[in-house]
Design a protein around this ligand. Structure first.
Ligand SMILES: Nc1ncnc2c1ncn2[C@@H]1O[C@H](COP(=O)(O)OP(=O)(O)OP(=O)(O)O)[C@@H](O)[C@H]1O
Length: 578
């Protein structure tokens, strides 16, 4: 079998040759036509020697026989010679092994063509390797390959993110030291594949395949594949398939209620595969398995709440309630009764019943205090007491009520700075910072943008009962350039706006909000969000005031007293509401 390196593939089978009829001057003329500095002398097909350019020049004007300047040292090879072995710059003469007949010549031109092909092949091979590497790393599934001794040989990004071990750390190590509870050594021993097996990793049930690699009747290694990141994912696939089967019956189903996805939030529901979000999920999963207080930090709109939910739902208290309180949305004077509740008759007036606070309601479950950085100092002191004593005092209450809950807090403020500015209690700060979890901003994980879009578009179609819409690639390019000050919340808003604005089933860059492209900050992103938040706070305050007014039968002085504000402030607020 001839290979690319074989001399036969490349030799010039009709080389210029010299014979006894040529003079040195003739030889010089012929050498000038060739790319080499010598030519072979051939007689009846047999190669006798070579004449060099230099000798021709020296003997140019002599009327001498060409044989007199012939040299008999030249590089002769047989036709199975490999060009890989050619280390010399001089031409190669391919002679028939038995007859010595000159079959061809490898001169400079032939060598240059050979090197060119080798370079092209290397480039192609390099490209293929790059593609393979990329596909290996971007494969949704985690893939780990071990040799027959169970030593990790290949390890992709997904697996690396999942187990929190870098590729460099994993490769060359025994798989048992890289993947917890791995059964790849068993598969290496038995050679029996294990498909769709549940596997507990980082405290979560996953579905894996373990496949032996056979070669020449021997198991030379094994592949471990992480197929689904959890059972819910399989359920989602089944749901999608069901949806696919029922599309034909859509007309019958029109008007029927759409299933609304409710219930627990799992880490795999938090869309994103960027290394930073994968790391956050890993820390979150770890935190979920402990009882420790978790503090989630990150800019506004990064998704701190889904993380808090996922920690709750993966933890031991998932059967208990998840009670969220947004400390910044509740006016200061109402926050305490909201958190701690109040006892019957706590306020002067006609209110009969007491009311349990959110802390009490979180008993047996999780209390999520969002925007803890906005909590007033007095409330901070009371929260600290609850955490220390594990009991809560209702406003106006006499007997403390024992409470048992897991605490998750979140903030977009720098609590350390708040502490330094005496706006946050040091003792509470340390109490909360047992398991810190930072959620990176969207600009640091732009590779998650397409995934979030892909997740969101079908949901928007479902909610709005329209056909699915596609999105222009150009939008993604623009989105990649954008800084996303409002993070995932802003992305979802922009996407929803475009979804409604687009005229056909394809969202184009024209549908992006005005100026999105030019301005660093999308119009109405952060400011719009702040405005929304203010409105939300105002609504809450209005409802509280209305409730109190109802209870005191419209007596404004009494209401003001209960609310802890002056009558003038109450009037002020009421006029603002109207
Ligand atoms: N990775 C994600 N995949 C899908 N949706 C997400 C993701 N992250 C956040 N979201 C959604 O983005 C919105 C904003 O998230 P969230 O309210 O949790 O932000 P936050 O970090 O708590 O912000 P803030 O500090 O302003 O309260 C929510 O609707 C949330 O469900």
């Amino acid at each position: 079998m001839t290979s690319i390196n074989h001399v036969k593939q490349w030799m010039n089978m009709e080389p210029i040759t010299l014979s006894n009829t040529h003079t040195p001057r003739d030889a010089l003329t012929l050498i000038a036509k060739s790319a080499d500095k010598e030519l072979p002398i051939v007689e009846k097909g047999q190669m006798l020697g070579v004449v060099t350019l230099q000798d021709c020049v020296v003997h140019l004007d002599e009327d001498t026989d060409i044989f007199s300047i012939m040299k008999s040292e030249f590089l002769a090879v047989s036709d199975d010679f490999s060009l890989k072995e050619n280390r010399d710059g001089a031409p190669l003469y391919v002679l028939h092994e038995k007859t010595g007949i000159l079959e061809g010549v490898i001169g400079r031109e032939e060598m240059a063509a050979y090197y060119e092909r080798i370079r092209e092949r290397e480039e192609d091979a390099q490209k293929t390797i790059e593609w393979l590497k990329l596909s290996f790393d971007t494969a949704y599934e985690g893939v780990a390959i071990v040799d027959e001794k169970g030593i990790v040989q290949l390890f992709n990004e997904t697996y690396s993110r999942y187990v929190g071990v870098t590729k460099e750390e994993a490769i060359g190590r025994s798989v048992e030291n890289v993947i917890d509870n791995t059964r790849l050594p068993v598969v290496l021993k038995t050679g029996v594949p294990e498909r769709n097996q549940p596997h507990r990793l980082q405290g979560q049930e996953l579905v894996v395949h373990r496949l032996p690699i056979w070669k020449n009747g021997k198991v030379i290694g094994a592949v471990g594949m992480l197929v689904y990141e959890g059972i819910t994912e399989i359920q989602q696939v089944l749901q999608r398939m069901e949806l696919l089967h029922t599309t034909g019956k859509q007309t019958e189903k029109q008007g029927a209620e759409k299933p609304v996805r409710q219930g627990p939030v799992h880490f795999e529901d938090i869309v994103g595969e960027s290394p930073v979000i994968a790391k956050a999920k890993k820390i979150g999963r770890k935190a979920a398995q402990t009882k420790a207080a978790v503090i989630i930090t990150g800019e506004t709109g990064v998704g701190k709440e889904p993380f808090a939910h996922a920690i709750h739902d993966m933890g031991k208290r998932s059967k208990g309630p998840f009670v969220a309180v947004n400390c910044s949305a509740i006016p200061e004077n109402l926050l305490e009764s909201e958190l701690f509740g109040y006892e019957k008759g706590a306020f002067t007036g006609t209110r009969n019943d007491g009311k349990p606070g959110k802390i009490e309601l979180a008993h047996g479950g999780t209390l999520f205090l969002d925007e803890i950085g906005d909590m007033p100092l007095t409330t901070q002191a009371k929260i600290l007491r609850v955490l220390q004593e594990r009991e809560v005092d209702r406003v106006g209450g006499t007997a403390p009520i024992p409470v048992d809950f897991r605490l998750i807090t979140a903030t977009n403020k720098d609590l350390k700075k708040q502490m330094e500015a005496d706006k946050f209690r040091e003792d509470l700060y340390y109490r909360l910072h047992v398991m810190p979890l930072h959620i990176p901003p969207l600009r640091e994980r732009k590779q998650d943008i397409p995934l979030i879009i892909a997740d969101q578009l079908p949901k928007l179609s479902e909610i709005n009962e329209t056909t699915e819409k596609t999105i222009d690639k150009e939008i993604l390019q623009i989105m990649f350039r954008y800084e996303w000050p409002g993070n995932v919340r802003e992305l979802l808003n922009v996407l929803e706006r475009m979804f409604h604005l687009c005229e056909e089933d394809h969202i184009r860059s024209e549908d992006l909000p005005d100026g999105f492209n030019e301005q660093k900050r999308a119009p109405g992103s952060l400011s719009e969000w702040r405005e929304k938040k203010q409105k939300q706070e105002q609504k809450f305050e209005q409802k509280q005031i209305e409730d109190v007014l109802k209870e005191v039968k419209g007596n404004k002085s009494e209401a003001a007293k209960r609310l802890g504000i002056s009558r003038a402030t109450l009037y002020n607020k009421l006029s603002r509401f109207s």
